[in-house]
Design a protein around this ligand. Structure first.
Ligand SMILES: N[C@@H](CCC(=O)N[C@@H](CS)C(=O)NCC(=O)O)C(=O)O
Length: 185
């Protein structure tokens, strides 16, 4: 989403990192996505480092940090906490299978991170703190990503709170190319 908002057109390769795809492994010794290979062969990894590269190389395009960088980064951190707790839960299931990680003490702690984090995002959306989104800043992009990822991985989970304001905000962004073209499916 950040790349599209910054006007960078990529030829995306859809890859399952768990299959150790050779091209991904060559570009990124951690064998994780996202990995961005520039035209000169430089490989950039870690989503937030890719955002830093976007900001450093395209200062003229509206900043993803907006006019209140501290506020944007603070709110983005809440969304990233949700995304990280969700991703860790999915990845750790692979470690503990067939036992389910989710209801171990650490799994429940990660669930609490998801619930409390997304509740804070909901309050931000209700109070207008995530902005109208045109152009979106990093906090809104990360919040939309957190919501989509929770829906993708934990749809119907009884512990997922209702998120009416966040869903209204997400619906208002649904047709934006950066959102429509990157939604998980
Ligand atoms: N901190 C990294 C996290 C990247 C990450 O964990 N990607 C997962 C997506 S499923 C992955 O590629 N996992 C494969 C693995 O952990 O081996 C970022 O923000 O880019």
């Amino acid at each position: 989403m950040a790349m599209i908002e910054k006007g960078v057109e990529v030829e995306p390769t859809t890859v399952d990192p768990w299959t150790d795809a050779p091209r991904l492994r060559a570009a990124n010794p951690a064998t994780r996505v996202p990995t961005l290979v520039l035209d000169d062969g430089t490989a950039l990894t870690e989503s937030l480092l890719i955002v830093q590269w976007l900001e450093a190389t395209r200062p003229e395009v509206p900043s993803l940090l907006g006019k209140d960088p501290a506020g944007v980064l603070s709110r983005a951190g809440v969304a990233l906490g949700v995304i990280d707790a969700a991703a860790v839960t999915i990845i750790t299931r692979k470690v503990t299978a067939p036992a389910l990680f989710d209801e171990t003490p650490v799994g429940l702690r990660r669930r609490r991170s998801m619930v409390e984090g997304v509740e804070r995002l909901e309050a931000m959306a209700a109070g207008g703190a995530l902005g109208a989104g045109k152009p979106p800043t990093l906090d809104l992009l990360a919040a939309l990503d957190a919501l989509d990822y929770l829906d993708f991985r934990f749809a119907g989970a009884p512990w997922l709170p209702e998120l009416p304001s966040l869903r209204v905000l997400a619906a208002s962004m649904a047709d934006r190319p950066s959102v429509a073209r990157t939604r998980p499916h």
